[in-house]
Write a protein that binds this ligand. Structure first.
Ligand code: PSU
Ligand code: MN
Length: 313
């Protein structure tokens, strides 16, 4: 017996398709941050704010997500709202597309899931908050974001890896996977909420043009991995490392005590840290997401022929 055929499961919004065919700058945005990363209503506001940042810096945003079994690159405002208020949205990583499509589910795409969809659409630049990586506990929990970064050739702009992770192990794994980590106007690998982690980045760039040159030179060698651009959170929103570390230690204890594992782990830990810092970390999270969107738009422009801006027609 055969399974019933599925409707077209992959859709690129017409403006995104058009911009890409004209080599105009486009920036992909993830949506797990909307479905699992932020509380309502900040999640919806943030999604629109990130799109506005990209637009204000001369690029077209393309938020990626899955709605009723369809992968969409370039969600409309109404679709973003539907996703932000969906009853039990899935957290969709690379392994989760098949089940989500076949079961007509909705969900936010993680960094890994967004990389796959954005690459398939032909997008070269992607902005997010912080990537997943090697967890502190259990240490065998390694985010699918890492192999996806090894596999899809995009510039990924983030504030480092999520601070709840084992940052030294995550940096080592990025080296193993041939992903250059480029500090944006910094030598420090940022710790998501804090500007410094005590770890240095292997590379550094001062401008969007320099990042674009690095990415082009990287891909010209036949490498198909991502280029990870790490941007420290804006100084006025950054938190001191000691304060965050204390909250993370407590969040990890709570996770162990409650047996939180797997997919639930990252959202649980981030929510605990937010509570323990009296929502200071939430403010930082929002500020760095917007900042990363702005930097990503400038890099997308630098990568487009003659640094062209995207203009609505
Ligand atoms: N931001 C959040 N919470 C999250 C994520 C982002 O505040 O859960 C997502 C990101 O999309 C990232 C993913 O790709 O968490 C990593 O999850 P995991 O460690 O399960 O791979
Ligand atoms: Mn995991």
């Amino acid at each position: 017996m055969s399974v019933p055929s599925l409707p077209r499961a992959f859709r690129v919004a017409p403006p995104v398709e058009r911009a890409l065919s004209l080599h105009l700058p486009v920036v992909a945005l993830e949506s797990t941050v909307i479905t699992h990363g932020l509380p309502q209503p900040q999640n919806l506001t943030l999604a629109y704010d990130m799109e506005a940042e990209v637009q204000n810096h001369g690029a077209l945003p393309a938020t990626v997500g899955v709605l009723r079994g369809q992968i969409i690159v370039g969600l409309s405002e109404a679709e973003i709202e539907e996703l932000a208020s969906a009853a039990q949205p899935r957290k969709i990583s690379t392994r989760d597309f098949g089940p989500a499509i076949a079961q007509r589910a909705s969900g936010g795409t993680t960094v890994a899931g967004t990389l796959l969809a954005a690459h398939r659409a032909g997008i070269r630049v992607f902005a997010t908050g912080g990537i997943g990586g090697v967890h502190r506990w259990p240490p065998y929990d390694v985010s699918a974001d890492l192999p996806a970064l090894a596999r899809y050739p995009l510039v990924v702009v983030c504030a480092g890896a999520k601070a709840i992770l084992d940052l030294p192990a995550t940096l080592e794994m990025l080296e193993t996977l041939a992903v250059p980590v480029v500090g944006y106007q910094t030598d420090q690998f940022p710790a998501f909420y804090s500007r410094e982690s005590g770890l240095t980045t292997p590379h550094r760039a001062e401008s969007p043009q320099e990042v674009a040159a690095i990415a082009q030179a990287h891909w010209a060698q036949g490498l198909e991995s991502a280029v990870l651009v790490v941007v420290p959170p804006p100084p006025e929103a950054a938190l001191p490392r000691e304060k965050v570390e204390a909250a993370i230690a407590e969040a990890l204890r709570a996770a162990q005590a409650q047996g939180v594992r797997g997919q639930a782990s990252t959202p649980f830990l981030l929510e605990q840290v937010s509570k323990l810092t009296h929502r200071a970390s939430l403010k930082t999270n929002l500020a760095l997401l917007k900042n990363n969107a702005a930097v990503a738009a400038q890099i997308a422009r630098a990568l487009s022929p003659m640094g062209r801006r995207y203009r609505q027609v």
